[in-house]
Design a protein around this ligand. Structure first.
Ligand SMILES: Nc1ncnc2c1ncn2[C@@H]1O[C@H](COP(=O)(O)OP(=O)(O)OP(=O)(O)O)[C@@H](O)[C@H]1O
Ligand SMILES: [Mg+2]
Length: 200
């Protein structure tokens, strides 16, 4: 009792390396980590980008926050420690997919800077943080899921931007302004970065 759970666990090195998998997959993987307020456009942009990448013959996977919360993280709520645990699990799943050479798109609010930085450290240079910097007022006007209305009525506790904090990234690889640029323009900017970094 009291021992760290991983105390007697030793990493087993696999015989097949990531580089060998990459040679078979014929692609270089990255983790595209979208962060921003609810309604900022993370899922919309990630979906549109994934379509483009698939058309270009790339193997991708989109880890969308809502979908993850319906499965892997169905036991987690929205308190600060639960959001941190949600982030930790998603970061590790993203790393597994990245290690399997899949271009991985991650779209959930991920409000805490330290947790996103932990994910960045876990994945390394292939971690690309995409800040969907849509003003709260615009997100609230859009309210695609009707959540802001509920949050303002006090029907949802700990709602990001209203009753729970959002810590904006300090050095994201890309900042998108969805109130000023179209969905297509946002997707193009990400594609350009991927091409520049030789993922495409
Ligand atoms: N330029 C744009 N880029 C992306 N979405 C836009 C843009 N302009 C308007 N929208 C609209 O904004 C809404 C964004 O909703 P979306 O579900 O993608 O947000 P989200 O960031 O995934 O939120 P959540 O954290 O709640 O999942 C959609 O209704 C979308 O059509
Ligand atoms: Mg979403």
């Amino acid at each position: 009792m009291g021992d760290q759970p991983t105390k007697n666990v030793v990493w087993h090195k696999t015989s097949v390396t990531r580089a060998e998998r990459a040679a078979i997959a014929g692609q270089k993987s990255a983790v595209l980590w979208f962060t921003g307020l609810s309604g900022s456009g993370k899922s919309t942009i990630a979906n549109a980008l994934e379509v483009r990448l698939n058309r270009a013959g790339k193997l991708t996977y989109l880890l969308d926050g809502d979908n993850v919360r319906l499965g892997l993280c169905a036991d987690l709520g929205f308190s600060e420690p639960e959001r941190r645990e949600n982030n930790r699990r998603i970061a590790h799943v993203a790393k597994l997919l990245w290690d399997a050479n899949v271009i991985t798109l991650v779209s959930f609010i991920s409000p805490f800077r330290t947790e996103r930085e932990t994910a960045r450290k876990l994945i390394g240079v292939d971690f690309l943080e995409i800040f969907v910097d849509t003003p709260l007022g615009v997100c609230e006007m859009r309210d695609p899921k009707g959540l802001y209305v509920k949050a303002r009525k006090g029907e949802i506790a700990q709602f990001t931007g209203i009753t729970s904090p959002y810590e904006a990234p300090e050095n994201p690889e890309i900042t998108l302004h969805t109130d000023l640029e179209s969905l297509e323009e946002s997707v193009e900017r990400i594609i350009a970065l991927l091409a520049q970094r030789q993922y495409l």
